[in-house]
Write a new protein. Structure first.
Length: 284
């Protein structure tokens, strides 16, 4: 945490705000090429052999235009909208610098994984492995990151089925494991690189102080104190809670693990819990 804080103070001014907007633009360009001129995608893929032997260095960057292969245009539009919303919400939660670090970290790990695979396997590696590298698994880790931050938030699957993020994350996790077992080595490298980025980022940003004996004792003491105050009671003329959701009315007394945030788009001081922060109607 201290390391990230120092980096953010030093390099935060260079962060790209609204990064997910540019990611979606890359997807749209890739889809247009896939339908209008599919042969051009062969010049954009991440091919280590061509990078080393033909000096086609643009492939180190151009592969991010390779879209996840989807034939149903309706499904593609739904997924683009979903990932834009998730990415934007993560940027608002973490800040632009940390979200940039997460996305670019996934890209860098994927590039390094492809190059290391080529160096290890060498001439035995097929020339054409670029089709295995796209932002598909990076998208999956965006979803996993959001689910880790807001596990109990409900989303409308296909705009019809309400489901909590943590259950969808379990499905995504099972899908990643299945694909890791069934795909080739290039696909495994792409999966490993994206998941490694997810694990490193979250292990590096966890507050391990919360698990210290002193902090555990403090939480236990806090719970005992809050149980003494019944709903409606006051302490010293003030409400027994500090945070209260403007939608559902829950406070930190209902669940100490709830997270509360003020909405910058609402006119007035309106605070919302993690389940309603991104789903409420803004007060104007």
């Amino acid at each position: 945490m201290n390391f990230l804080n120092k980096m953010e103070r030093k390099f935060g001014k260079y962060a790209i705000h609204g990064l997910m907007k540019y990611v979606i633009i890359c997807y749209i360009v890739g889809y247009v090429l896939m339908f209008a001129a599919p042969q051009t995608l062969a010049y954009l893929t991440l091919e280590p052999y061509l990078i080393f032997h033909e000096a086609q260095v643009w492939r180190l960057i151009s592969w991010v235009l390779i879209p996840p292969s989807r034939s149903n245009i309706v499904f593609m539009v739904i997924m683009l909208i979903l990932y834009y919303q998730l990415g934007t919400a993560l940027e608002q939660t973490w800040g632009a610098f940390r979200f940039n670090l997460y996305i670019f970290g996934g890209v860098i790990f994927t590039i390094l994984g492809a190059l290391i695979l080529y160096v290890i396997v060498g001439v035995d590696l097929p020339v054409s492995i670029g089709s295995s590298f796209s932002t598909y698994y990076i998208n999956m880790t965006i979803f996993l990151a959001f689910a880790a931050c807001y596990p109990d938030m409900r989303v409308m699957l296909y705009f019809l089925i309400p489901i909590k993020m943590k259950w969808m994350a379990l499905v995504y996790g099972a899908l990643i494991i299945y694909e890791f077992v069934t795909v080739g080595w290039a696909g495994r490298v792409a999966i490993f690189a994206s998941v490694l980025n997810f694990l490193i980022f979250f292990l590096a940003t966890r507050n391990y102080k919360a698990y210290s004996p002193r902090e555990i004792h403090r939480k236990q003491k806090f719970k005992k104190q809050t149980k003494q105050a019944r709903p409606g009671q006051t302490r010293g003329g003030r409400a027994p809670y500090i945070h209260k959701c403007a939608i559902c009315g829950r406070t930190e007394l209902d669940d100490p693990n709830l997270q509360f945030r003020f909405c910058s788009k609402c006119r007035g001081n309106y605070e919302y819990c993690q389940d309603h922060l991104f789903t409420h109607k803004h007060v104007q």
